[in-house]
Design a protein around this ligand. Structure first.
Ligand SMILES: [Ca+2]
Ligand SMILES: [Ca+2]
Length: 150
């Protein structure tokens, strides 16, 4: 009987550990969201809102790699988690330019943040991690598919 109980206890632990670590992953994003300024979006170097803030903005930036605006130089192609504390959605693009063309992905206000975009793809099927190069604010209706955020 003790052996059976031990196995049951281990099985119980096995289910608890992943849940706890998943929650831990989101705590930094939760904390950052609480601390974030209203009306701003944020981007982070690593997943789970770790690795430092690449930049934050209440406005738009059509090129995260140029020398203008809230995102500049090496900020482009670096974000691994993103956060939205604005009143509408943020649309992130793989490309640059004010024609806002090419593949994109959206982070709605209600999603608040995407703690790990490793499994996310732009509408062009290009992987989002370390590939965001511009962003703008859009109404939620312009972002039809936002079910990817976790
Ligand atoms: Ca810029
Ligand atoms: Ca990164």
């Amino acid at each position: 009987m003790p052996a059976v109980l031990a196995v049951l206890a281990l099985a119980g632990l096995g289910t608890l550990v992943p849940a706890t670590s998943a929650q831990a992953d989101n705590w930094a994003c939760n904390d950052n969201y609480t601390a974030a300024a209203y009306g701003y979006m944020y981007a982070y170097n690593d997943h789970s809102c770790h690795g430092g803030v690449i930049g934050y903005s209440s406005s738009w930036d059509s090129d995260w790699g140029n020398s203008n605006g809230p995102f500049q130089g090496t900020d482009t192609n670096k974000a691994s988690s993103i956060l939205n504390k604005g009143s509408i959605a943020v649309q992130f693009f793989n490309g640059t330019g004010q024609d806002w063309a090419g593949g994109y992905i959206c982070l709605s206000r209600n999603e608040a943040y995407a703690s790990n975009i490793a499994d996310a793809y732009f509408t062009s099927d290009v992987q989002v991690t370390d590939a965001i190069s511009s962003h703008r604010w859009v109404t939620e209706s312009k972002c039809s598919d936002d079910s990817w955020a976790t």
